[in-house]
Design a protein around this ligand. Structure first.
Ligand code: ZN
Length: 713
């Protein structure tokens, strides 16, 4: 899964431009420095990057993509297992070591029956099926029932109420009109910008609705945006967005093992005690079918902003449309498979740079996630080929193919929980790519310590369409969107407000590992539908698979820089600046408190970050190995120090004091403090400010120490 973003048009250009650009870039780059590399090691790095840039084959990536998307491969299915074995076999061929398939047994209920019937004012039964498109064989296959993972099982009926996006404010408006949602069926739309569907389910559940239908309005991802598939990238009338509605913003991973791993023999809680499991019945629907229900609604006309793209008058109800929803799940615990493999570092084998992408898809997973899986497979071959020629990374590079990400970030969470101690000790950073390419627009989200690193790496790789470095294409677009000039440090290019929605969550929020999440985005209206398939990607999203290859190059450059840098490219100065900015945010919402304690701690964190940068630069200039080792350990551990092992109130799994997801998956920065402010709870605000200040002081102490020991949380 990966939130749908604002989309832009893409430009096309010849493949030869890319090759010319690579030659140009590398020729220009050889005499340039790379942050974190000494003058003696930079030449070798530039040389191996040149090989890395030339290695990826768009043809090979396209062939892998075709294989990955050949059949539906939902988590735990036989085809998912076949792809896990294929991934392992190809990684072995590529030369990865210690390739293994790690199994976890997790709650993974498949729906056996899903139906929506209108009983008044007329009898009608929704097909809940997506229609075949001539010329696209994948769309004539039976992809099984369309459903929301972890919906409650049951049969509910009631009058329908249209509640726009299904946010709390929407129900407030209904209430003001005298429309009570209790015991009724909420009909809400998927929203763009993205809001997690689980939040819609939770809100309806809290308001007492009997059930919820979430549909894709054409204004959001269909003909209201532009041409629909097969003519264009947007969702055709019968497309259905499947997806999880689990409350993983409370705790992700197997709902029956919250906070520990689903290894054989693990303790399991009862489903009734699982805080992440919804108690409401929920189904997804196309706009073709939702229209039938919307047209049968009476009651007041909705506010203008609630009106979607259908050529009808949107009424709020309640009724007279009345529907019965039935959902039956098999409630089975199923095996899922994480595939891992590594290239062992020559100098620091116990330092890990972890790369990951999920393999499971809702149906074929053209963009989400097979674009990322195909880019990662080519990256394994590229790094494997270098290793076979004796060009091995100094630190270990670990590859991970995750499973059941679409359900509740499941296998990455279980794996992260299983290897918690080892990862806390060894992980340098985690680089996540979910969907690698649905278009040409590079986007990156990361902890602020990696801003400059990302901007620098992206300037070493050409944008396939324009031939200019990705960073330049990215800056030009950013300038057009914001009307402001970017800074050189990449601070304003990289999104430092981190929520959730993909496999980086366990690394950031549970383990305290610096993370990057990146993609090439474009207009994309077929998310989690059967139209997200090979044909969509090869004809519309990324013809020629050039952006898939660009992702392989960029991911590889980033991995090898993190693995080989003399001084780890983790710069905490922008982190401290961001914390100040986040404090401004909460202060605006809590004028009673100036947060002086947290401000002072943030100042100490900033000073320690500056001190670490100075010591790092000096050790690098002298090529002082002992000093570099100590500073690197400190840079690695500073992120861990931002965890509070007690977690944030009500969500003990979410330990990070700077970041957590809101229930919408949107970022909640300084979550402990921010949620105390929202609760208007002054003593809790003070307590959470203390915890935040203590975390910043721990990070400052780690950064100032020569061994990265400081005060561990
Ligand atoms: Zn995904």
């Amino acid at each position: 899964m990966r939130p749908v973003r604002a989309a832009f048009l893409l430009v096309a250009a010849g493949f030869t431009m890319v090759l010319a650009a690579i030659v140009g870039l590398t020729a220009r780059a050889t005499d340039e420095s790379i942050s974190g590399f000494s003058t003696t090691s930079v030449a070798a790095q530039r040389k191996l990057e040149q090989r890395l840039l030339h290695y990826p084959s768009a043809e090979r990536i396209e062939a892998d993509h075709l294989y990955l998307t050949e059949e539906p491969h939902v988590a735990g299915s036989p085809r998912d297992r076949v792809l896990a074995e294929w991934t392992a076999a190809e990684w072995k061929k590529a030369g990865l070591e210690d390739v293994r398939i790690v199994e976890h047994q997790v709650l993974l209920p498949y729906a056996t029956e899903v139906s929506v019937e209108m009983t008044a004012p007329k009898a009608w039964r929704a097909t809940l099926r997506e229609e075949p498109i001539p010329g696209d064989k994948d769309t004539s296959a039976d992809a099984g029932p369309t459903y929301h993972a972890y919906s409650a099982s049951g049969e509910v009926s009631g009058q329908v109420v249209y509640a726009s996006s299904g946010n709390p404010a929407d129900y407030d408006w209904l209430e003001a009109q005298g429309i009570d949602i209790k015991g009724k069926i909420a009909l809400v739309r998927y929203s763009v910008p993205y809001s997690y569907r689980g939040f819609k389910a939770l809100t309806a559940q809290r308001r007492g609705a009997a059930g919820i239908i979430i549909y894709s309005d054409p204004a959001d991802d269909g003909f209201g945006k532009g041409k629909v598939y097969p003519e264009g990238p947007w969702g055709p009338e019968s497309h259905i967005q499947r997806g999880g509605i689990v409350y993983d913003f409370m705790v992700p991973g197997d709902p029956l093992t919250p906070g520990w791993s689903s290894v054989p023999g693990a303790k399991r809680i009862a489903a009734a005690d699982a805080m992440s499991l919804p108690t409401i019945v929920s189904v997804p629907m196309s706009y073709k079918e939702a229209r039938v229900i919307l047209e049968a609604l009476g009651g007041p006309e909705t506010p203008q902003t609630w009106k979607g793209g259908l050529p009808i008058t949107y009424h709020a109800g309640p009724g007279p449309a009345t529907v019965r929803i039935t959902v039956r799940n098999d409630d089975k615990v199923r095996p899922i498979w994480t595939v891992t493999g590594r290239i062992t570092g020559t100098a620091e084998p116990n330092r890990w740079v972890v790369l990951g992408n999920h393999r499971d898809a809702w149906v074929y997973g053209g963009v989400d996630p097979s674009s990322g899986s195909a880019s990662m497979m080519e990256l394994a071959r590229a790094l494997g080929s270098l290793a076979k020629d004796g060009i091995k990374p100094k630190r270990t590079i670990v590859f991970a193919s995750w499973d059941a990400e679409e359900w509740t970030l499941t296998s990455s969470t279980e794996w992260g929980e299983q290897y918690e101690e080892e990862l806390r000790d060894k992980a340098v950073a985690y680089l996540n790519v979910d969907s690698s390419a649905s278009g040409a627009n590079f986007t990156a989200a990361a902890v602020p310590s990696l801003n400059r690193f990302i901007a620098e790496a992206a300037s070493a790789v050409p944008d396939p369409a324009s031939g200019v470095p990705i960073t330049d294409a990215w800056k030009t677009r950013g300038m057009k969107e914001r009307g402001s000039l970017p800074t050189g440090a990449g601070d304003d290019l990289v999104n430092n407000r981190l929520g959730s929605g993909s496999d980086y969550t366990v690394f950031l929020n549970f383990l305290g590992v610096p993370i990057v999440d990146m993609a090439f985005d474009g207009p994309y209206g077929v998310y989690h539908s059967m139209y997200d398939n090979h044909q969509w990607v090869s004809r519309i999203g990324d013809p020629g698979f050039r952006y898939h290859a660009a992702m392989t190059r960029l991911w590889g450059v980033m991995a090898m820089r993190l693995a080989n840098a003399d001084l780890l490219p983790l710069d905490y100065r922008p982190y401290a600046a961001r914390v100040d900015e986040f404090l401004n945010d909460v202060e605006r919402r809590w004028p009673a408190n100036r947060f002086e304690r947290a401000r002072a701690a943030s100042g100490r964190f900033a000073a320690a970050a500056a001190d670490a940068a100075t010591r790092g630069a000096s050790a690098l200039a002298k090529n002082d190995r002992t000093a570099l080792d100590g500073i690197n350990r400190a840079l690695m551990r500073a992120e861990r120090a931002l965890l509070d092992m007690r977690g944030i109130p009500g969500r003990p799994w979410y330990r990070h004091q700077i970041y957590a997801p809101k229930p919408t998956y949107a970022p909640e920065v300084l979550p402990g403090v921010a949620e105390a402010v929202d609760a208007n709870d002054a003593p809790r605000v003070r307590q959470q400010e203390e915890n935040l200040a203590a975390a910043l002081d721990r990070a400052a102490a780690v950064l100032k120490s020569d061994h990265g020991t400081g005060n561990q949380p």
